[in-house]
Design a protein around this ligand. Structure first.
Ligand SMILES: [Zn+2]
Ligand SMILES: [Zn+2]
Length: 368
């Protein structure tokens, strides 16, 4: 009896959107950018507001984290509200699909496995067909790709995934010291092996000690919160137009894959902190100036850190060429694509050979 009650409670947290008009299923359509029924065309409006997408204090999140004990992930059985079949799901699985009737649901409780709930989302703007078109366009480009790639690359399943992200803001102040080197040339006299006196230009460096300081405000440093998605796959499809983030809404997830974060807010901040340091050092280097530099030391203070937890759309896919799997990603908002491509070693070798011949020709020509 008690078990039954638990299941009932759980069932209520699985979201499905029956069409009020025909009883079919509603889901978010990327091509139309609306929640609709693909049977009868009924459209359900969704809120476009963004008042819930607000900066939160990182310090208080860090304190809350100390008291938060993550639940152990368990498997549970739910009843499919559509066909009545029983579905086994895991607590942290966001998207649920009934294997019997194919109906899609959102496990709203999956979000509760984590301390922090998503505040904002950018709904998919690029649909599946457009993502595939981007792939065909992209696979044709590139100097070193094998000629047959275009026709032989077997496209795998294209997944539209709502990926969890953190954005971080921070105020920073930095002091730096270092030496800027300026090159200059002096004319030196010397005697060659035959006893003739000659002159030559010699490069010297004048070093100048410098120091400075600057303020830098970091706004929305974007960090992917999924451990399964490498940075090198995701960062090249940046930027996202973050001013288009709207309030998080579970309805938008129906029919799509989604993930809860696996990199927590403090781990994510660690990554953001390193990125900020790289940027701070870049600014210090440009302020130090000179033709060359040495001994640059930078001291920074960061404070007032805030974060947001948002969900962004990504198309993920792999393709197979010559028995090897290559991955690519498409920005689900802008359509920007990135991925790896096989290299034709014959073409690379030909280019290297061509360059060697060219150098040889120039060398011979200049010595005549
Ligand atoms: Zn309908
Ligand atoms: Zn079902």
């Amino acid at each position: 009896m008690q078990e039954f009650e638990q299941n009932q409670e759980y069932l209520e947290s699985v979201l499905q959107l029956p069409c009020p008009s025909c009883g079919g299923e509603l889901s978010y359509s990327a091509s139309k950018q609306e929640i609709n029924c693909n049977h009868c065309g009924f459209v359900k409006a969704f809120e476009q507001a963004n008042d819930m997408v607000q900066e939160k204090s990182l310090e208080s999140a860090a304190q809350q984290m100390q008291q938060f004990s993550p639940k152990t992930i368990q498997k549970k059985v739910i009843d499919c509200g559509n066909c009545g079949a029983q579905i086994m799901i895991q607590d942290d699985e966001v998207s649920v699909r009934c294997n019997f009737c194919g109906s899609e649901k959102v496990n709203e409780k999956a979000m509760d496995q984590n301390l922090i709930q998503p505040q904002g989302i950018i709904p998919f703007m690029v649909d599946k067909q457009s993502a595939k078109d981007k792939f065909s366009e992209w696979i044709k480009k590139g100097w070193f790709k094998p000629n047959k790639l275009k026709t032989l690359a077997a496209l795998g399943d294209v997944h539209g995934i709502y990926v969890p992200f953190w954005t971080y803001d921070a105020k920073t102040f930095s002091n730096w010291t270092g030496e800027a080197g300026f090159h200059y040339y002096v004319t030196e006299s010397y005697t060659d092996s035959e006893g003739n006196s000659k002159t030559r230009q010699v490069k010297k460096t004048r070093w100048e000690y410098r120091s400075g300081s600057f303020d830098k405000f970091f706004d929305d440093v974007l960090i992917v919160a999924s451990k399964g998605l490498p940075h090198k796959v995701i960062t090249p499809i940046y930027p996202y137009e973050l001013d288009k983030v709207i309030n998080y809404n579970n309805d938008l997830l129906v029919g799509w894959e989604a993930e809860i974060y696996s990199l927590d807010v403090m781990e994510g901040y660690g990554v953001a902190d390193e990125q900020m340091d790289v940027e701070i050092r870049r600014i210090a280097k440009s302020q130090l100036g000179g033709d060359t530099q040495r001994g640059l030391r930078v001291n920074s203070q960061k404070w007032g850190q805030t974060f947001k937890h948002i969900i962004l759309p990504v198309w993920l896919c792999s393709y197979i060429y010559n028995d090897k799997t290559y991955q690519f990603a498409v920005n689900g908002q802008t359509g920007k694509i990135n991925g790896s491509k096989p290299v034709s070693w014959v073409k690379v070798a030909s280019l290297v050979l061509f360059i060697i011949v060219l150098i040889a020709v120039i060398y011979v020509a200049s010595n005549q």
